[in-house]
Design a protein around this ligand. Structure first.
Ligand code: F6P
Length: 327
């Protein structure tokens, strides 16, 4: 593949996600395959500004495919939002002769890279890595499958004890702005209700649903609540239900950051591997200012302006199924 790009840097930024290491490995090995030099930038944009740039090769990414987290570490950078911060970052990249970058992260990561492209014309490609699955232009983001499986496993365990004690559990899963983990772990875990930021639901309708369960001799119930629920988090909803009725024996579990760690599933490893190769090949073919995505099982390249600030809508069909099956 002929391309003027000779030195590619890869970094991870924003919240980590299982499968990021598999993506780093794929970028490094694909670049090496095409006889390019590869660098890793530590701690995302922070490391770009602080000149924490290391040389990588095929062997430096051995034995990381199956590991959660990111060997390159990650950070959220305030300094990169400033013109001065970005000027320092580009200086450091140029010092190493880096002429193409691959970022693995979410919306914030892409916004930063888009700025670098606009201001310095730096060839740049992003790979969607976030457990939230909230990015437009891709059916799946790296880490989402693993995080949802982690949530389902936790829900199954909670179900055992909920049933033994005839209890109502409010289980809070991650998703500050996105209900993807909630809706699909709710369906897979048999939740009586799923509360997500994207759907308007009244407290009254939730309460009625729970009462209906009581009437049909439902012994225990699980409600899955996305962190970003507009109706209130799991603690808040538990408090409101307890205020209205003493019928329920209520408990709350907040799954939190355990959803961000752990070995990636086969799905996330393969997705990350495909996206890593697609990112390098895209860069070498002259694609820039784009995010790699998967659509109908095909790799696609989406212009940043079609991704940044746009959301990946929840399929109304998922909501319908969750409702039908909760009776
Ligand atoms: O990675 C995305 C996400 O997990 C959100 O769902 C969550 O709200 C947020 O990150 C938490 O981020 P932090 O680790 O900075 O608290």
């Amino acid at each position: 593949m002929s391309s003027s790009i000779q030195k590619i840097a890869v970094f991870t930024s924003g919240g980590d996600a299982p499968g990021m290491n598999a993506a780093i490995r794929a970028v490094v090995r694909a670049a090496t395959y095409y006889k390019k030099e590869v660098f890793g930038i530590m701690r995302g944009y922070e490391g770009m500004i602080e000149d924490e740039i290391v040389k990588l090769g095929s062997r430096s990414v051995g034995n990381i495919l199956q590991r959660g987290g990111t060997i390159l570490k990650t950070a959220r950078s305030e300094a990169f939002r400033t013109v001065e911060g970005r000027a320092r970052a580009i200086q450091n990249l140029r010092k190493q002769g880096i002429d193409g970058v691959v970022a693995i992260g979410g919306d914030g990561t892409f916004t930063g890279l888009h700025k670098l492209f606009e201001e310095y014309n730096l060839p740049a490609i992003c790979i969607p890595g976030t457990i939230d699955n909230d990015l437009a232009g891709t059916d799946f983001t790296i880490g989402y499958d693993t995080a949802t499986n982690t949530a389902v496993e936790a829900i199954d365990r909670i179900r055992d004890t909920a049933l033994s004690h005839n209890r109502l559990f409010f289980i809070e899963v991650m998703g500050r702005h996105s209900g993807y983990i909630a809706i699909n772990s709710g369906i897979a875990g048999g939740a009586v209700a799923v509360i997500i930021p994207e759907e308007q639901m009244s407290f009254e309708s939730l309460f009625n649903l729970l009462q209906e369960g009581g009437k049909t001799n439902k012994k225990s119930s699980l409600v899955v609540v996305a962190e970003g629920s507009k109706l209130g988090g799991a603690n808040e909803l538990a408090r409101l239900v307890a205020e209205r009725s003493s019928y329920f024996d209520i408990k709350v579990t907040i799954l939190g950051h355990l959803q961000r760690g752990g070995a990636p599933t086969y799905f996330d490893r393969v997705l990350a591997s495909r996206m890593g190769v697609a990112a390098v090949e895209g860069l070498l073919q002259g694609k820039t200012d784009v995010m790699v995505g998967i659509r109908n099982n095909q790799m696609v390249y989406n212009p940043f302006h079609e991704v940044i600030g746009h959301t990946h809508e929840i399929d109304p069909e998922s909501l319908r199924i969750a409702k039908i099956l909760s009776i």
